[in-house]
Design a protein. Structure first.
Length: 178
């Protein structure tokens, strides 16, 4: 299986530096332009299936980049991390990102999705598509946090536990290899 991941196009919360999480925000005008550019970049990729997070910003991006006009299949395992009470909060405001993105945080983030749960669902997604689409090329449109967790799933959890590697820019296309 070949897996290409694309992060959704830019949103207003991205510009404002806010943690969007599961807040269902669509891409902005710049995001539409980024998705159109990503479409041009993947025209030569002969993908067999396109999967996407059901959040508006990912599904809209998937519709734009889908140059083969395949039916987009939505998968909740591609959802961004539920930020809970941190949704729409400024990204760096009183938040220790090394702790928030740590597999074993010191702080209780109350109603935010535990990173271990996200790690498990993203790992399950990867193992499932690896079996289901063996010998195929998969295009997945998702979120920065999902790509970050997938990176750690494939490369191992760092000794310090913080899953901060593997960030991806809006509409960046990355081939994931085992």
């Amino acid at each position: 299986m070949r897996l290409f991941v694309i992060r959704h196009g830019q949103t207003d919360n991205n510009v404002r530096g806010r943690m969007t999480g599961r807040f269902d925000e669509d891409i902005n005008e710049t995001g539409v332009e980024q998705a159109a550019e990503a479409r041009r970049q993947i025209e030569d990729i002969d993908y067999d299936v396109i999967l996407a997070s059901p959040l508006k910003r990912a599904s809209h991006t998937a519709d734009i980049v889908n140059c083969k006009n395949l039916p987009v299949q939505y998968d909740d395992r591609l959802l961004e991390r539920d930020m809970g009470f941190l949704t729409n909060v400024e990204r760096h405001r009183n938040l220790d990102k090394h702790d928030f993105w740590n597999i074993s945080p010191e702080t209780d983030y109350r109603d935010a999705e535990p990173l271990r749960d996200m790690y498990d669902r993203v790992g399950e997604f990867f193992e499932d598509i690896k079996l289901r689409y063996s010998g195929k090329t998969v295009l997945a449109v998702t979120h920065d946090g999902v790509v970050r967790v997938l990176h750690s799933y494939l490369n191992g959890i760092p000794e310090h536990g913080a899953l901060l590697e593997g960030n991806i820019k809006n509409c960046e296309i990355r081939e994931i290899r085992e």
